[in-house]
Design a protein around this ligand. Structure first.
Ligand code: ADP
Ligand code: MG
Length: 237
């Protein structure tokens, strides 16, 4: 354990929480299915980034997480890869419809980037990904959501619109990601985030990623995450 601690310290990694799974050093240690390993190498990802080494085993174990790391550190794969595993773990016959994984991001550009990354890993598993953000026709989006998906990547405002239009339900949602939480707050999305969270069953797994951790996000995190592990990589937060 001390070796792990020293290793983390040398990389400016701080981890808080009880019974935290040990970090991994290779994707092989994650126990991913062959097709997911193929998709990972097809991306040119040879080894996990710092945040991925810490976050992957924590999220794969089912724990909630607060991940604080700067832009470009590979946070997307840290939540998308375990999301694929989470979805593949679900019983195939479910009466409910609607996404299993819900990802909220502050802007349409970010939502679109996450959508593209999620699709790369989802495709070979037959997992459908839908993007929901402003600037696209609401009718087209309504139709796409009605056709069904397992993952939805959304900006909070448009997702609320789609929920109001009953384009989707959150009955099946068990994996929620709030990406770039600080920017969502800066853009005034707190009420929308709270509304979305309130529509997802409380026994969900919740992941919150942010570049910084101001007090108001700390407060939200305490309210919506259960017994989270906090991972900080680098001199941020
Ligand atoms: P963040 O969300 O932390 O800003 P991203 O998830 O957008 O970071 O990743 C930043 C870049 O690093 C992307 O181009 C992504 O494809 C790449 N990347 C992510 N994980 C790895 C990895 N394990 N190996 C190599 N490149 C990676
Ligand atoms: Mg990101």
């Amino acid at each position: 354990e001390q070796v792990v601690m020293d290793y983390r310290k040398s990389l400016a990694i701080r981890v808080f929480g009880l019974d935290v799974p040990r970090p991994i050093k290779t994707f092989q240690e994650c126990g991913f299915l062959t097709q997911l390993m193929h998709a990972i190498s097809k991306q040119g990802y040879e080894k996990p980034t710092s945040i991925q080494c810490q976050a992957l085993p924590i999220v794969l174990s089912g724990r909630d997480i607060i991940g604080i790391a700067k832009t470009g550190s590979g946070k997307t794969a840290a939540f998308v890869l375990p999301m694929i595993v989470h979805i593949m773990d679900q019983p195939e016959l479910q009466k409910e419809e609607g996404p299993i994984g819900v990802i909220c991001a502050p802007t349409r550009e970010l939502a679109h980037q996450i959508y593209l990354e999620a699709k790369k890993f989802a495709k070979s598993h037959g997992i459908r990904v839908s993007a929901v953000y402003g600037g696209m026709s609401k009718l087209e989006q309504f139709k796409e959501l009605k056709a069904g998906c397992e993952i939805v990547v959304a900006t909070p405002g448009r997702l609320i619109d789609m929920l109001k239009m009953k384009a989707l339900t959150m009955l099946r949602a068990t994996y929620l990601v709030l990406d770039e939480a600080d920017r969502m707050f800066d853009l005034g999305f707190e009420p929308q985030i709270r509304s979305i969270v309130g529509q997802i069953r409380p026994d969900r797994q919740t992941l919150l990623f942010s570049a910084t951790m101001p007090r108001k996000i700390e407060k939200l995190a305490r309210e919506i995450l259960s017994d989270p592990v906090r991972v900080t990589v680098g001199e941020v937060g």
